[in-house]
Write a protein that binds this ligand. Structure first.
Ligand code: PEP
Ligand code: MG
Length: 597
């Protein structure tokens, strides 16, 4: 392949790299979806007599936008139905006081045209969202842009690109795709998606993964580099978009694509079968979800339950805490659909890198070491108890486990369990249907909890090792800092020794030990995890077939000797070398290798 460089001639191959958002390779003609026309907005003043007609013009544009969104929701293809909630949010946002109300006010106060007033309000709102440290909220700035674009178009009469009307097999190259546009994608026409904007947490990424369309987001200037009808290769696994590929690159990727598809088909065909080792031991492989919608992917990929339900996402993108009823309904849906498989509901892990404006009543110099997760919940028992009530109520509808995050000492576990008991008593008093007999576990993701594993094991039914944070805190490597990412090493001997201590102490005390950190999704780590005796693994949904497939090629026999060899090594490089030498074949099965670990 040629070098990653800007074009100096029209036909030169160019490689641009973005965020690998949905795995897979596709090759095809580019179809540009730009927001042209919407960005050119002029300001003009209006006489007092025109204020009311101007406000009506805005009202009509909003009504039209609402009707358009409603019909998109109604016409959505079956595969997209589960995502129409995003569009419902857009309908609500259209009439939001901060957006709609403020624009009407500005037309009146400043006597300016509706487009200009809307542009000013949107840019202020966007700034508020973009300044937030949480990637989820930064993504929500995109929702405001999508909604306002629709109003702008209706004000100016510019027609939107109709993705539904695309009648050839193409790869979409867009500034950004709104959820409404993504919902119009016809699977038989759109081979892949590449956008300038967006991040891994964006709705476009989530939807692309669910629809299994290869996607790269955050390419910054794809719409400037790619021209309509250009031949492009989109590699959603590595995040590379190759524009106007050279002959040899094309041949290379055609081959890679065939290998990838054949491999994916093979492992998907067997994804519903258990992950049974060659010598007959079965390891349950569960899925991690951030949003209830992702349970569909977990089931399709053959997941044996939910090993980590990150509940904080339901607290995001709102102006206040959700109610007990709202939480209960979402939990019950997940629990009922997954039954009889287990659903491991992790209690609120907010603050740290997941802040919310209505939660942030303090300014922390180092939030990742601050009042996050269980620390926050124990400080705010009234908020915590609302979630505990919802979880115990949902537990009456299936197989629920509860899990507390960021435990760093024994007192926190005891306090959380006491609140859980109190909650059960209050539900009983209220005569509400609930189930108090659920497994209670903790995440092992702080080194002090791993050191205290022998004591903590007496307090709970299970441990679930969160390697994403455990590695961060053990090695003092910020998991989201690109400058030290080369030092973030799951195979560091200190990590392996710590995992061993946790697994051994769990088993010595008769409780189960699971792993839900990303370390579990990399096939090359699996022999070590089996050697440590981890009882159950939970990964991102797309990795489930890969992990199952890799386990089927391993035996537990001989793992004790492997662990002896691994524990003798003095560096991550040595361990990696040993693993590649013995189990290099597992790497070729990695259809989807996540970014962490
Ligand atoms: C972890 O820390 O490994 C984990 C699974 O939790 P999160 O990624 O949500 O911090
Ligand atoms: Mg964590």
């Amino acid at each position: 392949m040629k070098k990653n460089s800007m074009a100096d001639s029209e036909n030169q191959e160019i490689v641009i790299t973005g965020i690998a958002a949905s795995p897979g390779i596709c090759i095809g003609k580019a179809y540009l979806v730009d927001r042209e026309g919407v960005n050119v907005i002029k300001k003009y003043h209006i006489p007092g007599s025109d204020i009311e007609p101007e406000k009506n013009r805005l009202r009509n544009a909003v009504v039209k936008a609402r009707d358009e969104l409603r019909s998109i929701i109604e016409d959505s293809p079956a595969e997209f139905r589960q995502h129409t909630g995003i569009l419902e949010t857009h309908v609500v946002l259209l009439e939001d006081k901060m957006l709609y109300g403020k624009t009407l006010e500005m037309i009146e106060r400043e006597r300016i045209n509706a487009e200009w007033a809307l542009k000013k309000v949107v840019s202020d709102l966007k700034r508020v969202f973009q300044d937030m440290t949480d990637p989820y909220f930064r993504e929500r700035a995109a929702d405001i842009v999508h909604v306002s674009d629709r109003i702008f178009r209706n004000l100016s009469g510019v027609e939107a690109v109709n993705i539904k009307a695309i009648d050839k097999r193409v790869i979409l190259i867009a500034t950004d795709l709104s959820p409404a546009q993504t919902s119009q994608i016809q699977l038989e026409r759109i081979k892949g998606i590449a956008t300038n904007g967006g991040g891994a947490a964006s709705h476009t990424g989530i939807i692309a993964r669910t629809l299994e369309i290869p996607a790269i987001l955050g390419l910054r200037n794809a719409t400037k580099i790619v021209k309509n009808d250009d031949l492009v290769i989109l590699d959603g696994t590595s995040g590379k978009l190759i524009v106007r590929p050279a002959e040899e690159t094309l041949l290379e990727y055609e081959e890679r694509s065939e290998v990838y598809e054949a491999h994916r088909a093979r492992i998907s065909r067997s994804s519903q079968f258990p992950a049974q080792t060659l010598d007959g031991f079965t390891i349950p492989i569960l899925g991690n979800i951030d949003l209830p919608e992702e349970i569909v992917a977990v089931r399709d990929y053959g997941g044996n339950g939910i090993g980590l339900y990150r509940t904080e996402f339901q607290y995001m993108g709102r102006i206040g805490f959700p109610t007990e009823e709202q939480l209960f309904e979402r939990y019950r849906d997940v629990v009922e659909i997954m039954a009889p498989y287990p659903v491991t509901i992790r209690t609120l892990d907010i603050n740290g890198d997941k802040t919310m404006p209505y939660v942030c009543d303090i300014e922390e110099p180092n939030p990742v070491l601050g009042l996050r997760a269980i620390r926050y919940c124990l400080k705010k028992p009234h908020i915590f108890k609302i979630q505990l009530r919802a979880i115990l109520r949902a537990a009456a509808y299936g197989n629920v486990r509860i899990m507390f995050p960021m435990i760093s000492n024994c007192d926190e576990v005891r306090a959380a369990k006491a609140l859980l008991r109190e909650t059960a008593t209050s539900l009983e008093k209220d005569g509400v249907k609930f189930n108090p007999n659920i497994d209670v576990g903790i995440m092992i993701e702080v080194p002090s909890a791993a050191v205290m594993a022998d004591v903590l094991a007496r307090e709970v039914d299970f441990f679930s090792i969160g390697t994403n944070d455990l590695i961060q805190y053990l090695l003092a490597i910020d998991r989201s800092n690109q400058y030290v990412s080369h030092l973030y090493k799951p195979l560091h001997p200190a990590v392996i020794r710590m995992l061993k201590r946790v697994a051994d102490e769990a088993h010595r005390n008769g409780i189960s030990v699971y792993m839900c950190g990303e370390m579990a999704s990399n096939p090359i780590h699996l022999p070590i995890l089996l050697g440590l005796g981890i009882d159950e693994l939970s990964t991102n949904p797309q990795s489930i077939p890969v992990v199952k497939n890799a386990i089927r090629s391993l035996s537990l026999e001989g793992m004790d000797q492997l662990m002896e060899q691994v524990l003798e090594k003095s560096s991550d490089m040595e361990i990696e070398h040993l693993m590649k030498e013995k189990y290099g074949h597992l790497l070729s099965s990695a259809v989807y290798t996540p970014s962490l670990g």
